[in-house]
Design a protein around this ligand. Sequence first.
Ligand code: ZN
Length: 242
Amino acid sequence: MNFYSKISINFDCEVVEGGYLLQTSLISPVKSPSYFNNNYSMIQKIKKQKPRCKPFTVEALDDFIHLSKFLRKDEFNELLISFYNKWGPFIKLGENYKTTKKLFQLLEDSEFAKQNMEYPPYDFGSDLFSKKYQEIEWHYDDSGELHPAFKPKTLFNAIYLAWGLNQKSKKIKKICKYFKFFGMRKNCIQYFEITRDNKEFCSRDCSNAFRQKPNWQEKIQQDLAIRVKQTKIKLNRLNINN
Ligand SMILES: [Zn+2]
């Protein structure tokens, strides 16, 4: 049975009007502090100011993805502050890179997996549907319609849930290997719908034409080297985490 249902994400972002700061540790100041060495933690500019509630929207997900593209770049701190000023903390006040690193990597790895057509399991490896992180409840929307709603416990859970629910269910298309390495070709459809996992070309024709190219093996070697490098980076990251 297939049915279509609206699902809401009900989360109130808590944002202080006075804004946020990244503060370096006062106890053990370092010469050149960096967010990525956990030298900064997020604080309120005006201590004890009560936050205001603002409804979570999918814009927070877009902003988060945008922000993650600047990881380890010079602009990052500034962009992080403006994210905080707009949406509040990912988890809670005082968070530093030790906390947020996992969040950025989770979304980055999920995106990476998605692009390789390997969706993460629907618990997203972070127990997304666990009651600890969010509950599901009934909800009347603005038009008075009743439908299920997730109630995440943190901004990041709302963001990640929005990411998961936002995935288009359409079959993903794969790039024809001929087109990937050698560009356009008559009768090549460039992107084709996947029927079985290991199909690499849009047609037998493209497959044959590919092997007639004098440097096709070289091209594959280059591509392989890039992939190995990417996987190594990913594995290194996993090792650091464990
Ligand atoms: Zn083709």
